[in-house]
Design a protein around this ligand. Structure first.
Ligand SMILES: Cc1cc2nc3c(=O)[nH]c(=O)nc-3n(C[C@H](O)[C@H](O)[C@H](O)COP(=O)(O)OP(=O)(O)OC[C@H]3O[C@@H](n4cnc5c(N)ncnc54)[C@H](O)[C@@H]3O)c2cc1C
Length: 614
């Protein structure tokens, strides 16, 4: 028995267990109650669902709305759009499934009190772009959370889930999850018939541009700690497209969004000498990716590519031309309010750097890479598709069920479906919950069993970093440095350095190759050995320790996927210098991985891409 194993263990029984109460988790919780009136629906969240997840701070636009009631777009159009942006590779069945239901989700948000702006002339929702509608979204998350709270049997806030539990009678079936309360230190064993993982994406896998005092400033939420990937990976679920990390063009130093500027303010970019530069890189890009450069709209990664090449050619900085648009007082207000809605820090950065966009064109930069499945990239778990639409090869059970029985996912968790954003993630949560309820109903009395040995061993493992600290602190040699443990922050910085230098981060101009990836994997292995010696001085640091564990496992997955795909599919997101071109003959496919916990081996395979929409 460890020093901290005496901590209280609390048991929670549920039918549907939702892990993560962000957009997808709130959608899943709400919908599970609708289909499962008598079921016990539990949502567990490491923060507080009132203000948790990537939408915590509020948003200015809902980025996925078809507008079918006004015949603005059809679901097929959205599939074509996402496929084009992802250079041909998306799960069209999953994307279509979200697109056909997403409008109904947005209508619910409005019914629940979310103010959606209207076009004064047409009375329709105010469009910011083809897919985006504008909202007064400061309270977006509290509104969505309220519906989930009312639907749930119980919401457990402040519990960090660390591991899934497997059924002791059927090895490929999930049986629940364990975690600890980050305030009280109680250990929780959640027993469940079906589990929906909705634990968000991953920042701080790669070294961020903002380090030192600015380290918490990243584009994707700093608390998005890769649990959505690590939990299924450890349980043996197949993952897909983990190499498809995202890099964003953003306002420099504050990561302020540029979408509203391009779409609504009609601003544009230029190089340091005031010249348009994207067209200069057309021929070179065509060499690399062929006709994909001629698609409309130009895929996001290729626009990044032109930016990066122009910078490498020494004609940076690239600037957003705001001086013209900001002469219009209405557009000036919109420009500032855009940040107040979700990235107030950008306004502060500009104020601190004497940048008034009315008089100075602000600099842009490209972010460090992030791993996620709901924005413009599609990393995540490999999931079964909708019964009425998915090809046979994409169907092995219930909609959004992973390759583990009873384990479902939504939002950033599920791979292959980019461009779902907040509304699509919520919608996918609803889809997953409906399927999970059907799964439970079909299960009858054959419920999964939790093994006491398993959760007792996990309890010891979960609190081990506190024990390491308690014992090792007596040997401190200077400040916080101990020969017996590493602190979560040290481990995080080591991880970010490895990923940055070997797996295509900012320090390597997003470039890697097989020798670099091979060395990166060796270094990740050594880091993993040292993670057995993590030291946590309190519960807060214990949470950091487990977030780090999750990030490291997801990083390993990214590295293996990047190694497996021997082409450069998305120049502008990353480059395989040893395979610099897109190769549709060999790689017009998904990459899949499976981690074998006992051996530590990763098994890689290809899966076909089916084009269902013409
Ligand atoms: C800066 C930024 C701007 C964006 N702008 C827009 C926009 O304008 N419009 C738009 O539609 N979308 C936008 N998005 C995208 C949108 O926020 C995401 O697509 C959406 O939030 C994804 O939903 P999710 O449920 O998968 O993840 P999240 O909403 O991030 O929820 C994940 C939840 O899981 C919890 N969690 C994580 N790990 C654990 C664990 N181990 N145990 C328990 N709980 C855990 C987290 O605390 C969080 O509450 C933006 C995102 C960001 C970061």
């Amino acid at each position: 028995m460890g020093l901290f194993s005496h901590r209280k263990t609390k048991f929670v029984d549920s039918d549907v267990l939702v892990i993560g109460g962000g957009m997808a988790g709130c959608g899943a919780t709400y919908e599970a109650r609708y289909w499962g009136r008598d079921l016990k629906v539990v949502c567990v969240e490491k923060a507080n669902i009132e203000r948790s997840g990537a939408v915590a701070q509020g948003l200015y636009a809902i980025n996925c709305y078809m507008g079918m009631q006004w015949d603005e777009n059809q679901p097929e159009d959205h599939v074509r759009y996402a496929r084009n942006d992802l250079m041909g590779l998306v799960r069209e069945d999953l994307g279509y499934d979200i697109a056909r239901h997403v409008d109904a989700t947005v209508h619910k948000f409005e019914e629940w009190g979310l103010p959606i702006m209207r076009d004064p002339e047409t009375g329709r929702y105010q469009r910011e772009g083809k897919w985006q509608i504008m909202i007064h979204g400061e309270s977006y998350k509290p509104i969505v959370a309220e519906a989930a709270r009312k639907a749930a049997t119980e919401v457990y806030n402040r519990i960090m889930v660390t591991h899934l539990l497997m059924d002791k009678t059927k090895p490929n079936r999930v049986a629940g999850a364990v975690g600890f309360n980050v305030r009280t230190g109680d250990f929780y064993v959640f027993r469940a018939k079906a589990v929906i993982v909705a634990a968000g994406g991953a920042s701080h896998i790669y070294k961020p541009r903002s380090v030192g005092e600015g380290m918490g400033r990243t584009w994707y939420a700093p608390w998005s700690s890769a649990s959505a990937y690590a939990l299924p990976i450890l349980a043996g679920a197949k993952m897909t497209q983990m190499e498809n990390r995202i890099v964003l063009t953003r306002f420099k130093d504050g990561y302020g969004p540029v979408g509203a500027y391009f779409l609504h303010l009609k601003t544009y970019t230029e190089n340091a000498y005031g010249d348009e530069y994207e067209s200069n890189w057309y021929d070179q890009t065509k060499e690399l990716v062929g006709d994909y450069i001629d698609r409309h709209p130009v895929p996001t990664c290729l626009r990044n590519h032109a930016f990066l090449e122009e910078m490498k050619a020494g004609r940076g900085p690239i600037r957003m031309v705001t001086k013209e648009a900001f002469q219009d007082p209405h557009l000036e207000t919109v420009g500032w309010e855009n940040f107040l809605g979700m990235t107030v820090g950008q306004a502060v950065v500009w104020a601190s750097q004497n940048i008034d966009p009315k008089h100075t064109n602000p600099e842009l930069t490209t972010s460090e890479p992030y791993v996620m499945g709901s924005h413009a990239t599609c990393s995540g778990a490999w999931a079964s598709g909708p019964e009425d639409y998915a090809p046979d090869e994409y169907q092995w059970g219930y909609n959004r069920m992973m390759t583990i029985d009873g384990l479902f996912g939504a939002g950033d968790t599920i791979g292959g479906t980019a461009h779902k954003f907040s509304s699509g993630s919520y919608t996918e949560g609803r889809i997953a919950a409906k399927a999970a309820v059907n799964y439970i109903k079909d299960m009858g009395k054959d419920a999964p069993q939790v093994s006491e040995d398993e959760y007792q061993n996990l309890k010891k493992a979960v609190f081990q970093p506190m024990e390491n600290y308690e014992v090792g602190r007596n040997e401190i040699v200077a400040g916080t440095v101990s020969p017996s443990y590493i602190l979560p922050m040290h481990g995080l910085q080591r991880l970010e350095k490895i990923m940055d230098e070997y797996v295509g981060g900012i320090g390597a101009h997003y470039t890697t190759n097989e020798p670099l990836l091979t060395r990166g994997l060796e270094l990740l292995d050594m880091l993993k050995e040292d993670l057995n010696h993590l030291g946590a001085e309190d519960l807060h640091q214990l949470q950091r320790a487990w977030e780090l564990q999750h990030r490291v496992l997801a990083s390993e997955s990214v590295t293996h996927h990047t190694m497996f795909r021997t082409e450069t599919r998305w120049p502008g997101y990353y480059y395989r210098a040893d395979h610099p071109k897109l190769d549709d003959n060999d790689w017009h496919c998904f990459t899949l991985s499976r981690f074998h916990k006992e051996s530590g081996e990763w098994e890689m395979e290809k899966a076909p891409v089916y084009h269902i929409v013409d």
